[in-house]
Write a protein that binds this ligand. Sequence first.
Ligand code: M6R
Length: 610
Amino acid sequence: MCGIVGYTGPREAGPILLEGLKRLEYRGYDSAGIALVDESGDLFLAKKAGKLANLETEINGRTPHAALGLAHTRWATHGRPDDLNAHPHQDCSGEITVIHNGIIENFRELRDELEAAGHRLTSETDTEALAHLIEDAYEGDLADAVRAALRKVEGAYAIAVMHKREVSRLVGARLNVPLVVGRNGEESFIASDVSAILAHTNQVVFLEDGDVADVRPTGIEVTGVDGRPRSRELTTIDWTPEAAEKGGYETFMLKEIHEQPEALRQSLAGRLGRDGRISLPELEPMAAAVKAATRVELVACGTASYAAMVGASAIERWTDLPARVTVGSEFRYDPPPLDGRTLVIAVTQSGETADTIAPTRLARERGCPIVAVTNTVGSAITREADAILFLQAGPEIAVAASKTFVTQVTTLVVLAAAIARLRGTLPDDEEVGLVRALQALPSAAARALELNGPGASELARRYVNSRGFMYVGRGATYPAALEGALKLKEISYVHAEGYPAGELKHGPISLLDAECPLVAVATRSATYDKLVSNVMEGRARDARVIAVATEGDPQIERFADDVCWVPDTHEVVSPVLAIIPLQLFAYEIARARGTDVDQPRNLAKSVTVE
Ligand code: M6R
């Protein structure tokens, strides 16, 4: 997804902006650009398709002297990912420079009107229309012009704008796309997310929908697009810049896989009482709505939807409520019946996934009580919810989710137990057993890493030439099979499918042979024996079998060619441990195939377009 960084202050803007773009590379992008204005109003602009290194080559690794500037990484939505469509974009006079994340939905009408009025638009982008709209509205005050232009715009945007004649001023604005402003003494920053500017400041304002920020070295003023002042607080971010770096690992993903024990510890902190009870004060204001609920609808995408499956099954196990997971892109246009007694749980690590936010908004409009489960403070989903459960997993930079999957699972399981307790359906011994298992989970995850880390590359070597993989699970283990298959395909580009093991014989078994191994998530569960029978059927078709199994399982080695051992735990949270060897396996297959693990092709970390 696109990245924004802007600077105004006493220092050289160029190096700060390029460094900010580097920190945003994890979001995925296909071109990059930078614009700088010096104190005499001279403008420098460069943009280039491809990786940031292409832009650096274009400018010979040097930026000219300037204390004001904007920079952008683009992930194409309108128009090809080429030099011309790369941001920044400008008006006819070349005085106004704009960068933008999101989509201007009425850009065709705007473009037609602008061209009819004599403006010359040179790119295929929706963003360029904004620069010309601002040009039309400009009467000497950039913030006024931006506000006037935005009043004509429909869609979703985070923008940053500067004008050659206002040499220390940036204007930022957001609607449905994140934007933060950072402050540090005599300098200010603007960014699509905190990691771009964390090396310079931990004092940020999370802009809200409809905000326009007038950003100067000495401070910021926020108004609405109507010009009325809005009050916004500075938030202190406690993520260190080091926390967002690789810290000795070769990739962010490997670092994040290894951070899972700590992420689980932090995520569970405060949610497990010493008395053996679940503690979820965030849910208390919603107690009446939870007690009155007749059904639960979970909405999420990708990895988050697999974690949501674990949550739904825990809710049905401990409460009298039916619970269902629908992926956001389906929920939005074919929603289930929604009313004030439908409890909606939106799960999104970024909190900015358009496909998850839109259905949540719809549910809110229909009066549903809403719980958001997210990793991102200040994100869009937090404004749609009655209660917010933060994952507290720390920043996840790699595009492929790892530590946010396991913390989504535990947070949703805690939520399921809290709902059950509020409704009086959670037996005491179940709660005590669950809390014990959760308390042990961080060290069990560390053990799963110890057991599987050292052998992962050798295991991958044995299977790297396979044509494809069939991941199977049953009941509690099925979401882990889906997530394991997703990890493999997204980072290694090898085809993998996740299936309920019992379904193999209804079709996919025809794919199995010596070139298509079965990966069986066969940890201890109520349906273990059934799963083993299904896997035997696959083995009879010459498929090699990799099994993820619980330490001490006496029979697994009889039918598996390779076994990845994990510690025993409560069946409900077993995907947290089962996924660890599957993450490592996917990682090592990707490494063996030489793919870009942290930024796989065609993918973005936070998908803020539909
Ligand atoms: O930020 P979100 O949790 O809403 O993101 C949802 C999916 O886009 C995300 O989980 C995606 O599937 C990841 N690439 C998985 O690794």
